[in-house]
Design a protein around this ligand. Structure first.
Ligand code: SF4
Length: 325
């Protein structure tokens, strides 16, 4: 039997309707952090060192590497005369202090919304309040926020169970949160803490940023209508992992995360008529396009944008001067 011509093959592809979450992908903090590295390379020449992945996305990291960025985990891996950029997740105070001590040229790409949490935590501490930091142990943002405070002045709370069990020191109490948590889980943790500690001081709601909140609202919307949700993101990207969890909890039978198009087995969508597609705040749109192309190999794809919020936030890139000197 001879194979049907290509056009006929295309016509035989089953239909797949893709709901595109809006907003999805890059947030203002990620966009700013990437621009800081790019502009540092232009201004100071390659190589520019970056302490930790500038944002949690392999594609972004590899693209910047081709432009002349070198990623390291600690300052002592950076030659004394080379410029170094701190990642969007924020760093403990000890890091810029060490960079200054070594007379290094550094640029801080910490997202302004993470810096805001740092300042908030410092204010609580200065007012004599012990801080309950809601977040995930080991995440760089949590390490950075803890690192704004003297040892022993903050306690990490990861779950509702932790909130039930935590025994902070006597006296005034406050809470702050990581910016990329699940909105629903965090509300439950905060409610538990407020019940146990009625005088707990905190932000109006929590510190979860606009980008995390909007992406979770959008994925909820598409998940309720989809048989499968695909999240473009990295396993170490907190906000991307949360999107997959939120999709499942919103009633979608299956939600998977892929880093890019080639990681997706399009056969996963066999028998699916409506698929939801979104991307974490550190995943560029080009990777969403890759996933669509991958699906087109097997299906006749139609797309529909499902927009729950329009974002117009941008953060200014700081002047490329030598702040560390
Ligand atoms: S996810 Fe939120 S806190 Fe993190 S970089 Fe983006 S805007 Fe900033």
């Amino acid at each position: 039997m001879t194979a049907p011509p290509a056009t006929e093959n295309a016509a035989l592809k089953p239909p797949l309707h893709v709901l595109m979450a809006g907003p999805r992908g890059f947030c203002a903090g990620v966009d700013r952090a990437i621009k800081i590295v790019e502009q540092a390379i232009q201004k100071f020449g390659a190589p520019v060192y970056v302490r930790h992945e500038i944002v949690h996305n392999k594609f972004v990291v590899e693209t910047l590497e081709t432009q002349g960025a070198i990623f390291v985990e600690e300052l002592d891996e950076v030659p004394p005369d080379a410029p170094v950029v701190f990642s969007a997740h924020g760093v403990p105070k000890s890091v810029p202090a060490e960079a200054r001590r070594r007379n290094m040229l550094y640029l801080d790409a910490t997202c302004p919304l993470v810096s805001k949490v740092h300042r908030e935590a410092e204010r609580h501490q200065a007012a004599g309040r012990h801080i309950l930091l809601i977040g995930h142990e080991g995440h760089p943002e949590v390490i950075g926020t803890m690192g704004q405070l003297p040892e022993g002045t903050a306690t990490l709370v990861e779950t509702v169970e932790d909130a039930e069990a935590v025994q902070p020191p006597e006296g005034a109490l406050a809470f702050t949160t990581q910016t990329t948590l699940s909105v629903d889980d965090t509300a439950e943790i905060v409610a538990t803490l407020q019940r146990r500690f009625p005088h707990l001081v905190g932000p109006g709601k929590e510190d979860i940023c606009y980008a995390t909140t909007n992406r979770q609202a959008a994925v909820k919307e598409i998940a309720a209508r989809s048989e499968l949700v695909v999240v473009v993101g990295a396993p170490n990207s907190s906000n991307s992992v949360r999107l997959r969890e939120v999709a499942e909890r919103a009633g979608c039978p299956r939600a998977v995360m892929v880093q890019r198009g080639r990681d997706l087995d399009p056969a996963l969508a066999d028998g699916v008529s409506v698929l939801g597609l979104t991307a974490g705040a550190s995943a560029p749109e080009v990777l969403v396009d890759e996933v669509l192309d991958r699906l087109r190999e097997r299906f006749t794809v139609t797309t529909e944008e499902v927009v729950v919020a329009v974002e117009d936030i941008t953060f200014r890139v700081p002047p490329m001067q030598r702040p560390g000197r």
